[in-house]
Design a protein around this ligand. Sequence first.
Ligand code: AMP
Length: 493
Amino acid sequence: MNLFAVLDQAATRFGDRGAVYLGNEQCHTFAGLRDRALRLASSISANRDTGARIAIASENRPEIIELMFAVWAAGCAVVPINFKLHPLEMAQILEDCRAAVVFASPKIAGGLAAVTDVAVENIESPAYAARLHTQPAVPAIVDPGALAWLFYTSGTTGKSKGAMLSHRNLMAMTVAHLADFDSPDENSSLVHGAPMSHGSGLYIAPYILRGARQVIPASSGFDPEEFLDLCGHHPRTSCFLAPTMVARLLATGRPRPQNLTTIVYGGGPMYLDTLKKAMATFGPTLVQLYGQGEAPMTITGLRKCDHLSGDGLADDAILGSVGYPRSGVEVAVLDADGNPAAVGEIGEIACRGDVVMSGYWNNAAATSSTLVGGWLHTGDMGSFDARGYLTLRDRSKDVVISGGSNIYPREVEEVLLEHAGVEEACVVGAPDEDWGEMVVAFIVGTAAEADLDAHLLERIARFKRPKRYIYVDELPKNSYGKVLKRELRESVR
Ligand code: AMP
């Protein structure tokens, strides 16, 4: 199945209804969106091989949606690029995937054209407008295993790699989302707070399929006040947000907009303390996903109801976990020999199912070390409990090994965050002559070292306590809101 069918079916059923909104204003109906996508498709497929990579480099804008469906209708693969990357980093991706063309927003086009040989087309140019006057294409027939989306990982642990996602992978993700997490209909909306090159963009398909509207903030970015206004204005709103974005919504002090029904959070650790505050403000709208570019949005999760128990919240073990396997996905925790770990034993998380990528673009070595015996090795460490909930520890590269003991930074961070004088915390390992590595905590907040020491000693083992605290104004984050641990680690090497 070509993913374009998702829009085609919605346009047949909901033709006159609003499909894409910029702020409060309707841009296109479903029929209008299909028409634009098919016209763009015929201009894209002219003189182009099936399977060509077509890149998009833009802050959140309505054009991203028409371009994605156009690329699929043309039988090509879309390469959404994180708009916050440096032009040289974007150029590397374009070169790596040998993109045929990159559609870029006016903010990006000029700088990018100066550093790449790939054709850059400004989406506000006359050339783009002319494409919309070509004859609509007949959608290409593609193999479900064909490349649909080349997903460049956010590179928090190294150089960005292109995870090859097929039409089948994205349909598996779409179906699992609708089965497990949300049931939008033609009276629902998806509000794009997070970058559409990543999680928010992956969710376009399930919401288009059900005839829900796509809402893009007029600022093209994430302004918590604007975002909450939009969630209140549009009907039955859903969104995907990184945990740090949920914390920014909470910082506004505003109550839940009545129409806001689903906040899917994930893509990075949600600390228990923040989750409890979010539950108090947003009520049972929260859904957790654990996924990665290689198994988009879909490894394990917690539904809305899993956050609750009786009249109150679920217990901390559940709230602190990443839930249980999603529909259509098998999940295992493997010990050092690659065998299933015992309950409670920490090992590498692996998964398999239709959602798992077919490999990394042009990188056989990374593919063969990541896809082993049909399993995707996630690089994340975790353990299952007796009830089947998976708790994520840290990425294997983030674990601190001090005096031969494994220290999971997440555990120390959780406890630090319970202190009222700590706004943000990030724990990394630094080289130490005696211990191999020592624990270093970066702190945003006002709590004194001695208070933090006392606070930790009451709650966790002495050897896990940071040997050094470094106070900073803010933690370095990538544009998806993920803390750049690598950068912090390098700063203490
Ligand atoms: P990316 O491929 O850039 O989406 O990054 C995926 C990584 O983010 C995963 O391998 C995890 O390390 C982390 N991650 C994703 N979801 C969660 C979650 N719910 N809780 C904690 N970490 C997560």
